[in-house]
Write a protein that binds this ligand. Sequence first.
Ligand code: ATP
Ligand code: MG
Length: 436
Amino acid sequence: MINKLIKKVFKRPKSHSSVKATVIGASSHHIDKSHISQCALSVIKQLQEAGHQAYIVGGAVRDLLLQQTPKDFDVATNATPEQVKRIIRRSRIIGRRFQIVHVQCGHEIVEVSTFRAKASLDSQHQQTDEHGRLTRDNVFGTLEEDAERRDFTINALFYDPQKNEVLDYFNGVKHLKQKHITMIGDPTQRYREDPVRMLRAARFCAKLNFTLDASCKTPIEELNELLLNVPESRLFDELLKILLSGHALRSLEQLSALHLGNYLIPSLENSLDKEQGAIFIKQALTNTDLRIKEDMGVSPSFLMATLLWPKLQERWQHHLHLGEKNLPALFAAMHDVLTEQDEVLMIPKRFEGTMKEIWGLQPRFEQRSGQRPFKLLQHPRFRAGYDFLLLRAQSGEIDNALGQWWTEFQASPEKREDMLIKTDKPQSRKRRKSKA
Ligand code: ATP
Ligand code: MG
């Protein structure tokens, strides 16, 4: 009975023999070979010369067809990881569950993976949990099977640079032209196999400015809870991909619209709804997207600190209303917010430490007398804290004058002493003494 039910829910995928590629020759696509990495070209050439199939796959083909320069290159081949390692110099096998090969060319790494087969309940190699999530899918397959196990039609394109042809199994090229994202196979089943595909759908819509097909949108409402069942490290990786994609703002808006946002950051949808919080977060994400476009570094801790700031302020106010002093109230609020966050998605401790420092520095920027501003300048997180302060000023949360004061204080060492705000300094000493 249960077996029957399971079989009904997870219909066996179409046999690979029914999957056929449309070959798109040089005259029908406009791939500019100068956009292709020499490293990827050389890897493919060597694999093909050794008698294997090898293609550029995934996002790189998508980007090439859209006349964009891909940021990285993935290669798919029928050679096993060991065979790839033997054929290609400077290559190493990585990963335990599913091995892939990294080929290093200077700073660039080309990822080579062996064709994999799609989920099948009948296979001995694949297993699902009680929600239908694949927990093992480490089985090699054919080129057709590899196309079929990919998520969206626009992601199942294979490019052979030697022949200058694209193999298109599921009308991906047509969907690219239509700016349309649609799943290979039954979306509900594919989301069940891997709920992260829901997040990926939102990410690609945002990145490419494409529309998600209704068939892929509708099931999300019912299935979004499956994200609770995904290993946190994977969710965090996906969150980082989103934040560092260069389209973080649009992605988070998409995620919120699809009611997926709160599975990554529990207060996100609420924060994006509230005026002040929304302005702050949007300003932060706009700055981040700009920095990425200009190839400037972005700190994930800083970003996480911004995303949780509206909620943190709410909790801070709450503790102040309970009569707690400013700093203890702030630290209590940090604890609340991070506990709530960790229940949904644990932020790695190394990031949490920096986030707390950035938040903890904020009240210190208000102290502009005596030695304190000088000490603050020496703080290892001063720069991040200051950037955070500017963001608060930029979004109208605090007076611009405070940010400007700190900008000038850093820039003009000769003016520092004069800039200090005169207060009754001995008083604070006395207070400390009387405490001792
Ligand atoms: P990006 O440009 O953002 O890197 P991408 O399409 O290359 O986009 P990756 O996460 O690098 O995305 O994955 C590479 C390819 O692997 C995808 O294009 C897709 O074919 C396949 N893939 C990745 N994740 C999944 C998944 N969860 N389910 C099915 N296929 C996937
Ligand atoms: Mg990629």
